[in-house]
Design a binder for this molecule. Sequence first.
Ligand code: NDP
Ligand code: NDP
Length: 317
Amino acid sequence: MQNRITSLFGIKYPIIQGGMIWCSGWKLASAVSNAGGLGIIGAGSMYPEILKEHIQKCKQATKKPFGVNLPLLYPDIDKHIATILEEKVPIVFTSAGNPGVWTETLKAAGIIVVHVVSNEKFALKAEACGVDAIVAEGFEAGGHNGREETTTLVLIPQITSAVKIPVMAAGGIGTGKTMLAAMVLGAEGVQVGSRFVTSEESSAHNNFKNMILQAKEGSTQLSLKQLTPVRMLKNKFWEDVVYAESNCASKEDLATLLGRARAKKGMFEGDLVEGELEIGQISGYINAIKPAGEIIAEMVNEYNLALSNLAHKQLEE
Ligand code: NDP
Ligand code: NDP
């Protein structure tokens, strides 16, 4: 299948791996790109010299296109932009910020720019700023999320009818069937995060990967909405947040409770008690750690099977 997303990125399958802090370094990004999807290095948790190292290692590990996810609220963003330009990264996914600030600079360097949004207003704004495509991320997604709580099922048709540029769906997608559902709703590609956190090549700590395998439906919640809404696994740190919120904690109290580097502690260092464990609702469905290439092959097979099964299920008029 060829569509606007496969042509834009020069990839075989419209399966994009989310750029996730602490979980997606060069090993995961290159494995996904080598398997026909689009691998993305998550730059949000990387110091500038670490990002440079990961880009260089990714180029060694794959000759296929890959990208970098740049959260726009990153503290040393000028340095990351300079690295991306110097290293001639072909594709940048921006998130968590105003797409008006850097899109022109990146586009002027010939870079394909995608912006991640969680509502229609920002989808239109990103399109007006000249991005090439949009990721629309619904309520089910792990990590940073929108405040509106719009589910992927509702968000995708709304955004695909509002903008002209191609849309990738994210949030709750990690299987061939969920991918097909998103394509039926008008998406031209999908961005998959949680399923790749439990890939062999992900840099997430094994403790975190194993806890995801134990997750059930209802094991995550969108929390910390007064600060920045984040979907995470329910652990002791999450209980502390719920307790503080039920005692009317202020924004400042919550920022103090969160402290610094909670996400690193949980996801990279494997502290399942005190760490923040960002993951999506689909974690309840994940039950094995597999190579990224195998995850993509399974998604492709399941998509094709579900598509052919549906072809026989026409409604009688
Ligand atoms: P590797 O995954 O092979 O890690 C190599 C280095 O990372 C080793 O020094 C290792 O320390 C350290 N490391 C690995 N896992 C952990 C962990 N759970 N907690 C603390 N340290 C860990 O990566 P690369 O060579 O491929 O990566 C280069 C650099 O990028 C490293 O500094 C790595 O930490 C960092 N990185 C950052 C990511 C991010 O999102 N910020 C993601 C992936 C890597 P040891 O010698 O003790 O085993
Ligand atoms: P904190 O403020 O709690 O901690 C900062 C973390 O980022 C530390 O672990 C630090 O590593 C690391 N870091 C990497 N580069 C820098 C830098 N230049 N200056 C300071 N710290 C740096 O932040 P979070 O862990 O909550 O978030 C880190 C980043 O990830 C933010 O930029 C945020 O926007 C982004 N983010 C993106 C998400 C996404 O969905 N793409 C989701 C969540 C966060 P160390 O401990 O080794 O010093």
